[in-house]
Design a protein around this ligand. Structure first.
Ligand code: ATP
Ligand code: MG
Length: 297
């Protein structure tokens, strides 16, 4: 199976291309197609991971269903046989990796929840003793579990690269107090339910990012949810605070990119087939561990 890097559906209206998803306008809905593109260090790499888009889509569907009593979501259907007629001719390419969703007015914030100290949270803590303005006890190590999960919103930078951590007050300025509080409590509740479940399945959900939007019906959970691309999952039995934890899915990619001393500027390099194959296995393993089922791609 080869990687699907980019879709070209000539008859459809392209709405946008993100780093991983191609979005099309389909009547009142959006069609989200998760390609096999992979990004690392803020760049889309020169090789895709075959089937990755299917793993992301199927895992999001699993979580939408798991969370449906807690929060409504944007899913209309992921069954290609129920797609509108204009999508029929693309059915084979769309099957498994796409969703028809309600078009939402997206909040201009990424709703990040952290249960462990890692990534930009760890950097922030080292510099300020706090994460996004939330003070934490002294003496914490990289990878430590936090006394309780914290909500640390971020915004997208204008150049579309690094997200920028913001304080809750800044979020209030951007989305209003009522929405900010609602998004914070929803995000923390989802994290709590999902991380308890992941832990039973042998995975630590170190942190994750949600994107919410509004429709006529109110606030809904949109985008992808609790996938390896939007979350840090760590194998529970290999958790060793005091160092960088191995990334569940992208460790082989990161190790390779470090080994070739790429300067992190475009163009991003391609990956050797060995790295592609091992990374594909990790995505499939994440799906299997979390859902208890294996996915054929
Ligand atoms: P960016 O979106 O800034 O490019 P990204 O590279 O992570 O970031 P992708 O995940 O590839 O983007 O693309 C998904 C895009 O679709 C995101 O911009 C997300 O905000 C948007 N999106 C997801 N769900 C909906 C929805 N229901 N309505 C409108 N936009 C949505
Ligand atoms: Mg995204």
């Amino acid at each position: 199976m080869s990687a699907l890097i980019e879709t070209e559906f000539a008859d459809l209206v392209l709405h946008a291309r993100g780093k991983v998803r191609d979005l099309y306008s389909v009547g009142e809905y959006l069609l989200l197609v998760a390609t096999d593109r992979i990004s690392a260090f803020d760049h889309v790499l020169g090789s895709g991971i075959p089937g990755k888009g299917k793993v992301l889509t199927q895992l999001s569907l699993f979580w939408f269903d798991f969370l449906k009593d807690m929060v409504p979501n944007h899913l209309v259907t992921a069954d290609v046989n129920q797609y509108p007629a204009e999508l029929r001719e693309y059915k084979d390419e769309l099957a498994g990796r796409s969703m028809l969703v309600k078009r939402a007015q997206m909040f201009p914030v990424e709703c990040v929840v952290r249960g462990y100290l890692s990534g930009s949270g760890w950097k922030d803590y080292q510099a300020t003793g706090a994460v996004c303005g939330i003070p934490l006890a002294a003496g914490l190590s990289e990878g430590d579990r936090l006394p309780e999960p914290i909500f640390t919103p971020a915004t997208k930078s204008l150049d579309g690269e690094h997200d920028i951590n913001i304080g809750f007050n800044e979020m209030v300025t951007r989305v209003g107090a009522q929405s900010a509080e609602r998004l914070r409590s929803l995000s923390l509740a989802i994290y709590s339910k999902a991380s308890a479940y992941a832990e039973e399945r042998g995975l630590i959900l170190a942190d994750t990012k949600f994107e919410f939007g509004t429709t006529a019906e109110g606030i809904i959970l949109a985008d992808e949810v609790l996938t390896p691309d939007s979350s840090r999952f760590w194998p529970r039995d290999q958790h060793r605070p005091g160092q960088q934890q191995p990334s569940f899915d992208k460790q082989f990619v990161r190790d390779y990119l470090e080994s070739i001393r790429w300067n992190k500027q475009a163009p991003a390099p391609a990956l050797p087939s060995e790295v592609v194959a091992r990374t594909q296995q990790k995505y499939l393993e994440a799906y299997r561990l979390l859902t208890g089922k294996s996915l054929s791609i």
